[in-house]
Ligand binder design. Structure first.
Ligand code: SF4
Length: 225
């Protein structure tokens, strides 16, 4: 396995390439550990990449606090995209405010209204986007490519952390004192919306706390197919 230094060097090269070859290019951040690595690299190296995040309206308070902390640390923060009111209202009137617990269809409809529509707005006009996906995270991510044409959103998608281990991500965050979500200290490995995220045990897969009532092979919100 590559060392952390090698991983950082390689990831920085990819980010520089994306910034130079695709204008504009954007970095999608969930404010999770991997995305904080990318954000730190982009902000500290002042790369021409726009970092953005999606506020679904159901995020934990700790995630909002992290966003404020990023602003304090770097003097800038990811641009925040919110859902369209009519999409959320339509979901709630069809399925109920917490209808996502009742079926995969309802869950995907909620993620669609609260995340995917915002992602389309965030990526509009971009030539490339960068994500912090890693193969180890879930069965749905094992076969991803380091970069590939994203048919759904019509641009090139880069995954420069694909082969990083979870330990390497955390080594990076500690070494460079990158701000992270306070919920990680309470057993939350992967953090999304409040009602769809729970803490996990040490021996559980890292995305076990996301949509824990679903089978692992369905656990994507529509942002990454
Ligand atoms: S994670 Fe849960 S609350 Fe958030 S958009 Fe998806 S279904 Fe809705």
């Amino acid at each position: 396995m590559s060392t952390l230094e090698e991983r950082i060097e390689q990831c920085t090269r990819v980010l520089q390439h994306v910034a130079q070859s695709h204008r504009p290019a954007r970095v999608a951040s969930s404010l999770g550990p991997e995305d904080m690595v990318l954000t730190d690299l982009v902000y500290r190296s002042n790369l021409a990449l726009d970092v953005f995040t999606l506020d679904t309206g159901r995020l934990p308070e700790a995630t909002q606090r992290l966003l404020a902390q990023i602003q304090e640390t770097y003097g800038r923060a990811p641009r925040v995209y919110f859902p369209q009111a009519q999409d959320v209202e339509a979901f709630v009137s069809t399925y109920g405010i917490n209808g996502f617990y009742h079926s995969i269809e309802a869950r995907r409809a909620c993620c669609g209204a609260r995340k995917v529509v915002s992602l389309r707005r965030a990526l509009a006009g971009a030539q490339a986007w960068v994500t912090g996906l890693r193969r180890e995270q879930s069965p749905t991510r094992e076969t991803l490519a380091e970069h590939a044409w994203d048919e759904e959103f019509g641009l090139v998608k880069y995954n420069p952390l694909l082969d990083w281990s979870r330990a390497q991500v955390w080594d990076y965050l500690k070494r460079f004192r990158v701000p992270v979500n306070a919920l990680h200290d309470q057993g939350f490995a992967s953090i999304g919306c409040s009602p769809c995220t729970r803490a996990i045990g040490a021996d559980e897969p890292e995305r076990a706390g996301r949509w824990w009532w679903e089978h692992p092979t369905t656990k994507e919100c529509g942002l990454h197919r």
